[in-house]
Design a protein around this ligand. Structure first.
Ligand code: FES
Length: 120
């Protein structure tokens, strides 16, 4: 049986713990560019790839609970990934947990499960 799961990865970047409200931070996690943002005190994560034209959110900012892409100013909800104006596809978002041993991010993972055992 093919199963969609989440594979958690610890993020080795000390800057995340002190990330200020509304600040954006790009971190490479397992070769994936992730844009972290803290909103309402909660750390969120989304792909650092705007779904409009595939550009980075570098230079972007937070506004009204959304991350603004600096290129054409489309706005994305870092919780749902939805574009505020419905003009582009959603940005990929990832679950984040701040645990005692650091920040962990969940990447989607497909596995084959047989008799309750994940083969990879
Ligand atoms: S590339 Fe992000 S809004 Fe156009």
């Amino acid at each position: 049986m093919i199963v969609e799961t989440v594979r958690w990865r610890r993020v080795d970047d000390d800057r995340l713990a002190g990330l200020a409200e509304g600040a954006l931070l790009r971190v490479l996690v397992k070769d994936q560019a992730v844009r972290f943002v803290r909103m309402d005190g909660v750390l969120r994560a989304m792909a650092d790839r705007c779904p409009h034209q595939g550009k980075s959110f570098e230079g972007g900012w937070c506004e009204g609970g959304h991350v603004v892409c600096p290129w054409h100013r489309l706005q994305f909800d870092p919780v749902t990934g939805r574009c505020r104006f419905g003009m582009a596809s959603n940005v990929e978002v990832f679950p984040v947990e701040e645990r005692a041993d650091g920040v962990h991010i969940g990447f989607p993972h497909t596995t084959v499960r047989i008799f309750g055992i994940d083969l990879w």
